[in-house]
Write a protein that binds this ligand. Structure first.
Ligand SMILES: Nc1ncnc2c1ncn2[C@@H]1O[C@H](COP(=O)(O)OP(=O)(O)OP(=O)(O)O)[C@@H](O)[C@H]1O
Ligand SMILES: [Mg+2]
Length: 502
């Protein structure tokens, strides 16, 4: 009688029916292994194809072990087997930068996953400033079109609100923050396109309780003079001459003396028709020297921008709301015109923000690459940057490329130096995917290591190199479905089943 070889419940592919010879058992075992390998390969291929179809990031854990089945996929003949190598973390942190990073701790807003350690990545400029990791709370975010910059900014902003922070967007040229503000209980102020809203950029803003009357007068006058100077320079496309500064000063003083609410049309009138000689200039000289400036500023009070900034404000800025944005999407025009609108709008909002008891706030300049090309606006932003620590404000500047900063003015001009100063005043630099030609530039500008620079062209959507003070991380930004739905900016580019979104 043949020996019983059936092993009951433990029977598997390697155990044959009684009576089978060794060769047929071996053949059957080979067959089972082949089928299992084919099944696994098919499942991996299908998952990978589904991922590609959905346009998701390629997840290395879903790749087939020997690589993807397609031409030029660099599939190896057999699996690479290397002997294990051991070294101290001291040596490894040199050989594999980022790998041995300790992280930034758990205090702050969850951003996503640290790609090298696999741990969560948490960021909070105020906490890191307190700890001494950062010397200022300002951040720069640079990345190619559609790589997820605004999505990251919106996540940082909305998640920060849970920590008691407030968020202000002093100019939103695409109007993509409006839905976000509504979702968090904030307010969006729409300008232009038939809206009755009007802002007076010469509003003094809320008064800082610590200042006496004369100190407050000085603050408001300086703010108004800087704004008028920036507007005139943007309108004329050149720096003002000394005599033009004098005419602006005289016009501002005469309007403030005669009117409790100075407005831009009154300033323009006072430039064209000065009533008294002042500052060493006669009425005739003031009229002659103020002509160019008056005509430049006229653009803001007549023509296509009439009704936006030419009277007392009809909307109030409520600093207690969690988010306030200025929706400029209905205002069409050249970059120069947009910059002038942004100058007025941001001056109005910044005046309201300039109180030391406003708590910790994010001020987000989305699409800032348009603005930094205007030297006058750049100067205003630099002023805001310098004030940030005193006011508890973290500015976030969003641009496409670091070379945007080099496109400002000519080499060695004051504007170029200002743009570089803005970069230097951002302790946190987040770089999303950059073209290979840009990576070298970013490497030099940010002082990245060659290994860090080499990552930049390969970053996927939502992945960025975070330079936090002297430390560097590659972070994959993770957003929930609800967040992605709210922040979606590509709905019009993608065919979706069901009704179209508004
Ligand atoms: N981390 C992410 N995970 C998944 N999808 C993302 C992620 N980040 C962004 N997206 C999606 O990518 C699309 C483009 O993102 P976003 O508008 O933020 O890009 P952008 O860099 O601001 O583009 P632009 O330069 O045009 O302003 C959005 O529809 C968004 O939903
Ligand atoms: Mg964007």
């Amino acid at each position: 009688m043949p020996r019983q070889r059936w092993l009951g419940t433990h029977a598997g592919a390697s155990y044959g029916e009684p009576g089978q010879d060794r060769a047929s058992r071996k053949q059957r075992l080979g067959e089972v292994k082949r089928l299992a390998a084919e099944g696994a390969q098919r499942a991996a291929d299908e998952a990978s194809a589904a991922q590609h179809a959905a346009g998701d990031l390629v997840r290395p854990d879903l790749l087939p072990p020997l690589g993807e089945h397609r031409p030029l996929a660099l599939r190896p003949l057999r699996r690479l087997r290397l002997p294990a190598h051991r070294a101290t973390t001291d040596v490894l942190s040199g050989a594999y930068p980022f790998l041995a990073e300790a992280g930034l701790g758990a205090d702050g807003v969850f951003v996503g996953q640290d790609a090298w350690s696999g741990g969560g990545f948490v960021f909070d400029p105020w906490v890191l400033y307190q700890r001494g990791t950062l010397t200022n709370p300002n951040c720069l975010l640079a990345g190619a079109v559609g790589k997820g910059k605004s999505c990251l900014a919106k996540c940082l902003a909305t998640r920060s609100i849970a920590f008691g922070r407030r968020v202000y967007v002093p100019g939103d040229p695409k109007g993509e923050w409006t839905a976000v503000a509504a979702a968090v209980g904030g307010n969006s102020i729409q300008l232009g396109g038939g809206s009755a809203n009007r802002l007076n950029p010469l509003d003094p803003g809320p008064r800082d309780g610590t200042l006496d009357d004369s100190a407050w007068d000085v603050v408001v006058t300086t703010r108004r003079r800087t704004l008028l100077g920036s507007l005139a320079e943007s309108a004329l496309g050149r720096p003002l001459a000394a005599v033009e500064h004098t005419t602006l000063d005289v016009a501002l003083r005469s309007v403030v003396d005669s009117d409790s609410v100075p407005t831009l049309p009154r300033i323009v009138n006072a430039l064209f028709e000065p009533t008294r000689g002042e500052g060493g200039a006669s009425v005739t000289e003031l009229t002659r020297d103020g002509r160019d400036v008056g005509h430049g500023l006229r653009r803001l009070v007549s023509g296509d921008l009439a009704g936006l900034f030419d009277g007392p404000s009809t909307v109030a800025f409520d600093p207690t709301l969690p988010m306030v944005t200025l929706d400029l999407s209905r205002i069409q025009g050249s970059d120069q015109l947009t910059a002038m609108v942004m100058t007025c709008a941001s001056a109005w909002m910044e005046a309201a923000l300039a109180s030391t008891d406003g708590g910790q706030r994010w001020v987000i300049y989305d699409e800032a690459w348009r603005l930094i090309r205007q030297p006058a606006l750049l100067a205003r932003m630099q002023g805001q940057w310098k004030l940030s620590r005193g006011l508890g404000i973290a500015n976030l500047l969003i641009i496409h490329r670091l070379s945007d900063l080099d496109a400002v003015g000519d080499a060695k001009t004051a504007s170029r130096a200002m743009a570089q100063g803005l970069l230097a005043d951002c302790s946190t630099k987040i770089v999303y995917q950059q073209e290979a030609s840009e990576a070298g530039h970013a490497l030099r500008q940010l002082g990245l290591s060659v290994t860090e620079g080499a990552q930049l062209p390969d970053l996927q959507r939502g992945e960025g190199l975070w330079r936090v003070g002297q430390r560097a991380f590659i972070v994959r930004h993770l957003a929930t479905d609800a967040e992605l739905d709210l922040f979606d900016t590509s709905s019009r580019m993608v065919d979706r089943p069901g009704p179209q979104r508004a």
